[in-house]
Design a protein around this ligand. Structure first.
Ligand code: GAP
Length: 468
């Protein structure tokens, strides 16, 4: 598929943004004041989805791997951290400004001809022939002050990646958790970058979340582990039921490699605006630990007691690091785009043929797993439905909706991506059975109410995305 093509599920960024707002996934930050560029708020469905993606990643990394532990390091770190990491010197974008329309551009994202002629390319479809400034380096780190004095001694940065909080704790982890190389440390947390171009909804924002795992290995085994982690990260998306033909690898060429990287591959996803980076897998060599050793004066070497042969000195080395780095908020956008579908359906519950918008989330990621819907409010159906919901709440995220025609209620749940609906009708009162309705196929089956929980658990386990 080419860069220009949109995805085949008819998702456009406008539709996704509008659905996200309408259904309470994501709102513009500070909307009543005209909005804050580069920042977004996650609503009731959004925070559930974000938490589930984070949980899936956390489980994949820590629960399923004995050799990976977690950490939650502070966002504010000693400013020397960022000198050691190379971010003060190297974490920059090349920028040019138009002197006439005041638009700001990344020099590497406008046509070379404009740079050569110093002519503004115009922005947001508006023509401008103003003169461009010279290219200058712009550091992406947010800088502020800590303590009462606003002088150079009080400068502190908001972390632009979560990774450094792991590196500076690597010795603490070895000592406290007795981890032995090879081992990993995982972390999910906020990161901040003063991004100049923040279009495409939540794709690139100034405040975002990352899910990063740093795997510490013996030098010489790094390439083998790098390939292993590439395989495992690819398999993770397969497990989440993502359309695999919308994913591809992109290896960084020499000009693209970050200052710390020996080798790097991105997993790219075909977003509505084209192929874009979703996650990076990096071989960071011994760059980070060597730099922290140099800047802190502390020994960052690993003492390899396991390979301590009698009569020889204990082997010591600075581990190499294989990093897997995914954006949590960017993954949420990917999951929304991937799940989005519009489908022509013939009437359900008596309604005429119409279109439905459906989010085909993997049931383990869906913000609401099961909605409970009494056919009528009266005749004890609502009470029975509430009793059923009360039981299901212990195991699943539930919703209860008794308002409006049943067909319209199903549509509302489809738009929220709820994989299962339970409908209680007059027969339910007589024989204790309910209707289980599946979001993807819209099929309905009758089951005893006592079997709802076990059936849903089974359906989640064996879920395969059917159509989109
Ligand atoms: N520790 C390495 C690192 O931070 P990166 O390629 O700069 O590498 C990793 O970022 C991931 O973080 C990206 O693949 C993307 O998913 C996410 N990310 C980076 N900048 C972002 C931004 N401004 N907004 C949202 N997500 C971002």
């Amino acid at each position: 598929m080419t860069e220009q093509q949109t995805t085949d599920n008819q998702a456009t960024m406008e539709k996704i943004t509008s659905l996200a707002k309408r259904r309470g996934f994501v709102f513009q930050s500070s909307e009543i004041y005209g909005g804050q560029n580069g920042a977004w708020d996650y609503g009731p469905l959004g925070i559930e989805l974000k938490n589930r993606i984070a949980q899936a990643w956390w489980k994949e990394m820590t629960q399923l791997n004995d050799d990976i532990v977690g950490i939650d390091a502070a966002i504010l770190m000693h400013p020397r951290t960022w000198e050691a990491s190379g971010h003060v010197e190297n974490f920059t974008d090349p920028l040019v400004d138009c002197k006439k329309c005041k638009s700001r551009f990344r020099a590497d994202q406008i046509p070379e001809e404009n740079l050569l002629t110093k002519k503004c390319p115009g922005s947001d479809g508006k023509f401008c022939d103003g003169e461009l400034t010279d290219t200058r380096k712009f550091n992406l780190m947010f800088k502020t002050h800590i303590g009462p004095a606003e002088d150079t001694a009080s400068i502190i940065y908001l972390r632009p990646e979560t990774a450094q909080g792991i590196y500076i704790n690597y010795k603490n982890i070895i000592q406290s958790s007795r981890m032995k190389i090879p081992f990993g440390i995982a972390q999910i947390g906020k990161a901040f970058r003063n991004e100049i171009v923040t279009k495409n909804f939540i794709f690139r924002t100034c405040e975002f979340e990352q899910m990063e795992m740093q795997f510490f290995v013996k030098p010489g085994t790094d390439e083998q582990w790098f390939n292993e982690w590439r395989k495992r990260r690819w398999a993770f998306y397969e497990k989440l039921g993502v359309k695999m033909d919308h994913l591809r690898w992109h290896q960084h060429g020499p000009g693209e490699l970050a200052h710390y990287a020996k080798d790097a591959y991105d997993i790219e996803y075909l977003f509505p605006m084209g192929w874009r980076e979703l996650e990076g897998v990096h071989n960071r060599s011994d760059y980070d630990l060597s730099r922290h050793a140099q800047y802190s004066g502390k020994d960052m070497q690993y003492i390899d007691q396991e390979n301590n042969n009698a009569g020889t000195s204990v082997p010591r080395y600075t581990p190499f690091i294989i990093e897997t780095s995914a954006g949590l908020t960017r993954t949420l956008l990917m999951i929304l785009c991937d799940a989005y579908d519009e489908e022509k359906v013939s009437g359900e519950a008596g309604s005429a043929e119409d279109w439905r918008t459906v989010l085909r989330f993997h049931p383990s990621l869906a913000p609401v797993t099961v909605a409970v819907l009494p056919l009528m409010k009266k005749d004890g159906l609502a009470e029975m439905a509430k009793d059923i919901q009360k039981v299901l709440k212990e195991d699943f995220a539930t919703d209860y909706d008794q308002g409006g025609a049943i067909g319209r209620r199903y549509r509302r749940q489809d738009e929220a991506g709820t994989p299962f609906c339970i409908t209680i009708d007059y027969q339910s009162k007589e024989d204790g059975t309910v209707t289980l309705r599946f979001r993807d196929s819209m099929e309905q089956v009758r089951i005893p109410k006592d079997e709802i929980a076990s059936r849903i658990r089974q359906e989640i386990k064996t879920y395969k995305r059917s159509s989109s």
